[in-house]
Design a protein around this ligand. Structure first.
Ligand code: ADP
Ligand code: MG
Length: 222
């Protein structure tokens, strides 16, 4: 069954002079449960726009988006917290919280405290990604590669159906980029999590089984 079904999606932004600038038009594609997909395109082609839409952070102007058979915009906050994990290029860790607290943040969005099971699962992810010894440290003390691992654990801690990654290796050197990508693809595979990552890097995209590309404002199979 398709986890994601997009039909005839269109998105424009105001261009500042009263006109609108079409970024995406007639975007239609489906993604099956458990698929790993990379979407490539040059800078400014609409990759982040597409990802934000898939993550219910941005509504399309036209077209339909079904996630797990439902319109996610009917209840975007709930859908985001329960079904979607995000990995951002700049990690976006909160400086006032420890590594473990950062990993547990998605659990705290829907409850006042994390359960013992959630804490145990967070620790197992941290151990898998080699950051278990860092749990009491603060983000400012981490290297880029370590921060990337924290961001990965945070995206996976709720065991989401869908992981969305925006240039997940953008700020890492090639050794760390390779390590993060293998961890990401390995961890999503284990739970048949669907992965969609957008990137301008062909090398990063090669880690995904399926390739899509934004060309002439629409998404095509590559
Ligand atoms: P990419 O991630 O591929 O670099 P984006 O999706 O960030 O591309 O942006 C696509 C285009 O839309 C760019 O030209 C960008 O300047 C424009 N854009 C993005 N966000 C906004 C916004 N909130 N308002 C107006 N224009 C925007
Ligand atoms: Mg972008």
């Amino acid at each position: 069954m398709a986890l994601i079904e997009l039909k005839g999606i269109q998105k424009s932004y105001p261009d500042g002079s009263g006109r609108s600038n079409t970024i995406l038009r007639d975007v239609s594609f489906s993604v099956e449960k458990g698929e790993s997909v990379a979407v490539t395109g040059p800078s400014g082609s609409g990759k982040t726009t597409l990802l934000r839409m898939l993550g219910t952070l941005l509504e399309p102007d036209e077209g339909t988006y079904l996630l797990d058979g439902e319109n996610p915009f009917a209840n975007p906050y709930e859908v985001r917290n329960r079904k979607i994990g995000f990995v951002f290029q700049d990690h976006r860790l909160l400086p006032q919280y420890t590594v473990l607290q950062n990993v547990l943040l998605p659990c705290l969005a829907i409850s006042s405290s994390a359960s013992q099971d959630q804490i145990a699962y967070a620790r197992s992810l941290m151990s898998r990604t080699g950051i278990e010894a860092l749990e009491a440290q603060y983000p400012s003390t981490l290297s880029g590669g370590e921060a990337g691992r924290v961001a990965l654990c945070r995206a996976l801690v709720m065991q989401p159906l869908l992981v969305l990654a925006d240039e997940p290796t953008g700020q890492l050197d090639s050794d760390n980029a390779g390590a993060i990508l293998s961890l990401l693809t390995e961890l999503v595979k284990e739970r048949s999590t669907t992965l969609i990552m957008v990137t301008h890097s062909e090398q990063t995209a090669a880690a995904a089984a399926r390739r899509l590309c934004i060309e002439n404002r629409t998404v095509i199979e590559k």
